[in-house]
Design a protein. Sequence first.
Length: 507
Amino acid sequence: MKKIRTRFAPSPTGYMHIGNLRTALFSYLIAKHDNGDFILRIEDTDQNREVKGALNFIYSVLKDTHLEYDEGPDKPGKYGPYIQSERLPIYKEYADKLVDLGGAHYCFCSEEDIQAQREAAEKKGKGFKFVDPCHHISVEEARKRIAAGEKYVVRQTIPAEGITSFDDAVHGHIEVENSTLDEQILLKSDGFPTYNFANVIDDHLMEINCVIRGNEYISSTPKYNLIYKAFNWDIPMYVHCPPVMKSQTQKLSKRNGDASYNDLIEKGYISDAILNYLALLGWAPEDNEEIFTMDELIKRFKIERINASPAIFDQDKLGWMNGEYLKRMPLEKFHELAMPWYKKVLTRDVDLRELSMLLQTRILFFAEITGYDKKVLNEGAEEATVEHVPSIVDFIENTLEFNPELYRHKKMKTTPENSLEALYWVKERMEAFDNYSDDEALTQMFIDLAAEKGVKNGRVMWPARVALSNKASTPGGCAEIAHILGKEESLRRIDQAIKDLQNALNA
RNA sequence: GGCUCUAUGGUGAAGCGGCUUAACACAUCGCCCUUUCACGGCGACAUUCACGAGUUCGAAUCUCGUUAGAGUCACCA
């Protein structure tokens, strides 16, 4: 069998859609599974949509996701150039050839003409299908008019009758009647090809023999096949991937402000985790494993196991997977990644390594350190509401608002009253204690204290933790927090808590 | 509206005609561990595969229809 060649062909829009990235991943995996080539091609045939810097953006995303391509604009191969706007003469040449072969014709209709036809049809309440009057202009005459400077487009010629079919690796055999196909424009009046034409020409010229793309191209695939046939070229294998949805009825989209790859990175998700999660959207391995390295994915990925139905993007599961990646990495690595996030919210001189140790098993993604905005789509509501999730470590930097009710805990058997008593004990012990960087010694100190007073651990530890944080839940218990805060600050907070509690109880 | 695709729990999904009284994972809810939260451990969570016919000794699995959703019908990709 010939070496498999797949391609990823994004438009430079400056935005990496999750569904798009997933298509790139699948293309990469399919190629590499069989030791094939993965090509990057830039589809920039619409000059109106040019976005500056978008090219570098694509390179950088592919780089940090480790989707390494064998050929691309910045990695020349023998099929270049890999940017469509640099291939204009090629498309012109093949368009003319296709006209000669009877697969296309020149058309001189203006957009206004067509628009008028469409409106007339709509008025009558009929479905519109453009019937091109230029069909009957002979090639010779058309070329004369073109030579004379008339504006024109090249339009695909579709046989009036017959059926065009193709086989899709995920959807099976698909048949369409030619009469339902539109005679789409192949070469625009500005001399640029449309996507519909350029992708066929390029795929053939670049010897792409396995085309992996989104589901939305299924309906135009028969038209592409007609072009392949007119040229008498080999038809590639097709793999049409189901869409990635945000809900049953809505696609994930930029317009709705849905998460893109970059948004996820900005929230502190790990790129490996994102890719791992994406692989599982619409694809399933043979066994029950879910956490895979890229190499494992390459080994296991089989086209037959791509699911045909749409997949809903589940933030919760992504979060879980990201958490798994965080837990599995060495503490050193976690600490290094967490550092920039700490810097955004913590200026106090505290033991950040200790903090990393506590956070590694507790956070799902790094933005939990700084706090973040979360979009909540309520049942039936059109607009998502934005909720701010506070930082998980906010109590370290700032003294949070005092609330005596936090001291009341049924299971710990604590009340504001007996907490005040416990805090006197705690204050005395902590003043006499010095080894704040030793978690075990610190914990032992609390345990001994409880034992001496003849109470359960919780009776002294719960009040201590609340006094140190003013929070119902914190990463780590009183010993860890005292460690992080250090002796001086810890004592300051205990004193403050005692004062606050006294005031509250007197009032 | 025409054409095309899809349909297993809240989510991702396994299942490919009998081994299924439907795996596994996320979420949720219990319980245990425990100085809170988390981690970890244990357990609960679809009598049923959108619905209706049909084929078959036997169907989530095959066929047809219905319904629902999505895609497409641009000088966008």
